[in-house]
Design a protein around this ligand. Structure first.
Ligand code: DC
Length: 229
């Protein structure tokens, strides 16, 4: 069967990575979380004094972006993808609220996007991948054979994120998460470089009322149709 490229874009915390991972596992494709790459750049900047209370030192980040190496490796037990920043496992740190609060600003910088898009295209060269993000179907892989644009209400997304973080042991306020979701939507949609938008040829999926199993079935059906064409 011919291998295709699958791009899953959409709003933050709408379960893109859960469905992308499940689909990739089910059809034997590689999964790449492009948001994790932007998160890793934000974490690097926070750890190295590039992001401070005064904001982002853009010139320093521009100088250092070439030194930021992001790789993925599958966890032996769970088979889940783990993000490494310059060889260090940062999977937990990049999901913190602190990183979530900084990442949209980092992702709005043109030189950061250019560097990460190049790496993402390299990862997808052989096809047979599912990549999720904000601009995968519009900018990274405009020729992807299957494009999905996912959305759900801000409240549903904040609740999902809250449950995920609480399950991890974090002690948080739901309203802070909701405010962060709304703020990130705004920044992602209105940034100048590669803003979040639905590609013309992307299928829209509103999963506010769908179960994870229901989404996987829907995705498998779309995949079947695309690969049969
Ligand atoms: O999907 P996520 O919440 O982990 O993404 C983190 C941030 O990175 C989010 O603010 C949007 C940004 N992002 C992006 O601009 N382009 C992508 N392809 C993926 C994520």
């Amino acid at each position: 069967m011919k291998k295709i490229t699958i791009a899953i874009d959409g709003y933050s915390s709408c379960g893109k990575s859960t469905m992308a991972k499940a689909l990739a596992r089910n059809i034997g494709y590689l999964y790449f979380d492009s948001g994790a790459m932007y998160r890793a750049v934000a974490l690097y900047s926070m750890q190295n004094g590039i992001i401070t209370a005064e904001g982002i030192d853009k010139e320093r980040l521009r100088e250092e972006i070439g030194n930021i190496k992001i790789t993925f490796c599958a966890d032996e037990e769970t088979k889940n993808s783990i993000t490494y920043l310059n060889g260090v496992n940062v999977e937990k740190e990049i999901r913190s609220l602190e990183v979530s609060q900084q990442v949209s600003h980092v992702a709005a910088l043109d030189f950061v996007r250019a560097a990460l898009i190049e790496q993402q295209r390299e990862m997808g060269k052989a096809k047979g991948i599912v990549m999720d993000g904000r601009d995968i179907g519009t900018t990274v892989f405009p020729n992807a054979e299957l494009k999905i644009f996912v959305t759900a209400s801000a409240e549903v997304r904040a609740k999902r994120r809250y449950d995920e973080l609480v399950a991890r042991g974090d002690n948080l306020d739901y309203n802070d998460i909701l405010a962060n979701v709304i703020e990130r939507d705004h920044i992602d949609r209105t940034r100048e470089v590669s803003p979040l938008r639905q590609a013309e040829d992307a299928l829209l999926l509103d999963n506010s009322e769908m179960t994870i199993e229901g989404q996987l079935e829907w995705l498998k059906e779309q995949f079947k149709q695309r690969t049969a064409e």
